[in-house]
Design a protein around this ligand. Structure first.
Ligand code: F6P
Length: 378
């Protein structure tokens, strides 16, 4: 406390701490986002703050822009109380901002010669956590974020993870918040594309996100009724796709809707995932075949990450936030809160990053899609 005895610092946080002294708060929880944003990130912050502030001896702060807030000079941190988070759970984005290029173990640092080099700033981070008297961290993130958590935990940081991703590619948890909203956005897009495809007898290609997993594509394909769905889990043949499209046209009449995941890849090829590329590549390939219809591409992009979380994601984010606080209060660290068979389970980080959660090719969703005639191009 010696460092913070006077309330004249530029740190708003320290001043608040001074005021909070009367309430004998002596424990501090830090929230850090990392990775891409997704719907529900505000709801999870809201839940954490609501739960922690029921404890007399705890206060909560947030790091702005991922690990930047703790690594920048001066610190960029925000005191979080009930007033600050009031009503944010229904809003998209995140009041704390986030960043997918700020790994403290490989952090971009401006050098004297003007170059930017990545450096390991984890020791500096740990020192700063001590200066700020942080007792525990809740880290909200996806696959890459939990790899950071595991390393920080090895270095003695008391940290807990919360799963967030639109991709649904986190193993161990049945759900991560953000996915259901993104799948709905993709489905809404398919619904709209079907109408215009029909009006013009066109072939419309919709590219959706998902990295190495085809969850968004598959959900939107079934819910919206696509004819072809190309996902990373099933390498496709362009000839099979062409065959399916041709079957959709009789005497020049008909239409076809194709959903392609950003991670989908043709058989026998190795593909780098470059968002926005697959729809164009597929369109160019199809144009080489004699298809008597216009082809147009739509790249759904970041619409899948923005906007209001749906009820499912709000509730899931709230459940995960409250449970993470319970674990902090019980001194349980080095885990991510997973949702398994309707239960909230603390899973060690080492198990979380073991493998990507890809679609089970023998599971119900694939069978269902095939059952209603959706082609995977295989
Ligand atoms: O991981 C979430 C995600 O939206 C992926 O689906 C996508 O490939 C990537 O992030 C896009 O990242 P950025 O916002 O940095 O372009």
């Amino acid at each position: 406390m010696v460092l913070f005895d006077n309330c004249y610092s530029f740190y708003e946080l320290l001043c608040v701490t001074e005021k909070n002294k009367n309430k004998q708060m002596n424990k501090r929880l830090l929230i850090i986002n990392s990775g891409g944003d997704c719907p529900g990130m505000n709801a999870v912050i809201w839940a954490i703050v609501k739960r922690v502030t029921q404890e007399d001896d705890w206060e909560v702060i947030g790091s702005i822009n991922g690990f930047d807030g703790i690594l920048s000079e001066p610190f960029n941190i925000e005191m979080l109380d009930r007033k600050k988070v009031s009503g944010i759970h229904v809003k998209g984005g995140t009041i704390l901002k986030t960043n997918n290029k700020r790994n403290p173990f490989s952090y971009p640092v401006l050098q004297e010669d003007g170059e930017i080099k990545n450096e390991d700033l984890s020791d500096k981070l740990i020192l700063n956590l001590k200066i700020l008297r942080v007792d525990a961290i809740i880290h909200i993130g996806g696959n890459q974020s939990h790899k950071i958590s595991i390393e920080l935990h090895k270095k003695g940081v008391d940290i807990i993870g919360i799963p967030k991703t639109i991709n649904n590619d986190l193993s161990i948890t049945d759900y991560a918040f953000g996915f259901q909203t993104a799948a709905q956005v993709a489905t809404d897009a398919v619904d709209k594309l079907v109408t215009t495809a029909t009006s013009h007898n066109r072939i419309l290609i919709l590219e959706v996100m998902g990295r190495k997993a085809g969850w968004i594509a598959l959900h939107a394909a079934i819910a919206g009724g696509a004819d072809v769905c190309l996902i990373p889990e099933i390498p496709f043949s362009i000839d099979k796709v062409v065959k399916k499209i041709k079957s959709r046209y009789v005497n020049g009449k008909g239409f076809a809707n194709i959903i392609v995941a950003e991670g989908a890849c043709p058989k026998g090829k190795v593909c780098e995932i470059i968002p926005g590329l697959n729809a164009r590549k597929l369109s160019a390939e199809l144009k080489k075949h004699e298809l008597d219809a216009d082809i147009r591409e739509t790249i759904l992009g970041h619409l899948q990450r923005g906007g209001t979380p749906n009820a499912f994601d709000r509730i899931l984010a709230t459940e995960l936030g409250v449970q993470a606080v319970e674990l902090v209060l019980n001194n349980t660290f080095g885990v991510m809160v997973a949702h398994q068979q309707q239960k909230l389970i603390p899973v060690p980080f080492s198990q979380v990053i073991d493998k990507d959660n890809q679609i089970n090719l023998n599971g119900n969703l694939i069978k269902t899609a095939r059952g209603v005639g959706i082609s995977f191009g295989d």
